[in-house]
Design a protein around this ligand. Sequence first.
Ligand SMILES: Cc1ncc(COP(=O)(O)O)c(C=O)c1O
Length: 387
Amino acid sequence: MKELTTGTEVIKLHVGEPYFGPPDQVAEAFVEAVRRGDTKYSGVEGLPALRESLVEKLRTDNGLDTDVSRVLVTPGSCQGLSALLQSLAEPGAEILLPELHWPVHLQQSLLAGLRPVFYKLGPDFLPDPESLAAAAGPRTRILLLNSPANPSGAVMDAKLVGALLDLARSKGWQVISDEAYEHYVFEGEHLSVAALERDVPVDERIVHSTFSFSKSVAMTGYRLGYVAAANEKAADALKVVQEASIIGTSTPAQYAGIAAVQTRADIAELNRKRVMTSRDASLPRLVEAGLLGGLPAGGWYAIADIGRTGMDAETFATRLLDATGVAVVPGNGFAWHPELDEAGNIASAAYAPWARHLIRIAFCVDPDALERGVQSLLDFVNDHSAG
Ligand SMILES: Cc1ncc(COP(=O)(O)O)c(C=O)c1O
């Protein structure tokens, strides 16, 4: 919580900024790197020592069979995703995105020149292979998966991941697996998609994975993430994009990353428990009130339906903020479905009508603020419910 210049206290349930920070070792490693003068360019792929520790982490924690030559450090996983999309894009190629998605996935696809195609989600906001196959066409090249998902918190199980990977393989698609929230699973367990192709020859692999230090170790402002490219060819293409885009990732941040990888097991579990405790303390009341279908199985966010107020989500969010100082995000921004003309220009830019009454609530925030924010939201909904 921070004071705005208006002096009004805002309870920020709109952004995914955790109330906890990284462990001391991370800050110390950063500062020591700066003091030592380890502030030169690190090379486009990242520091070898960090990449080696990431290969080990990916092997033991995620079940991936990878190599330093295929692991690239990036300034946040957001930039890694963007570079991956640019390196995989072909003229006219389509990317499959979930109908309810993190808007950055869509924006990055458009910037890379990809044509977004949206696939329907089933119960609990999970993808289903049939809807995916139905949405795809002859120009489809990339399938984007995100589990645990932003904004829904949906977590895919091994059966579903296996079915989606089989489908992608049979259709000749590349898969991008955004695993930024890998350590925040509250029901079931996290499965890295690429773990399912560890026995496939490297040059036949199709899964490119992105990971983040922002969530697991709460290093949001350090800007540190990494990509595990499926094969050497993809890693080489990614390197070319990165040379032209970033030259390299901040060297002190990478030293902080080495410290973070060393402490990750304890820290990530502690952080998972922190967020789960907040989820369990505050969100059940939203479920009981019928605003949430159930508790999110993972991630930092919940999607609530405020349809009973009769307001659309934008009006609701504005009025809620004015009346109570609680900030939430209108859900339509997660369901923008632009259509492109043949030349690739945006021809129509409508939001999916079913998202009209959805809002996203971040529950990684300070537990006390979350508690007060949820109560204010519930009171506001009750005061404004039709009938
Ligand atoms: C689904 C998802 N992927 C990736 C990111 C990017 O995280 P970062 O760039 O901080 O690693 C975010 C951040 O909110 C996210 O929600």
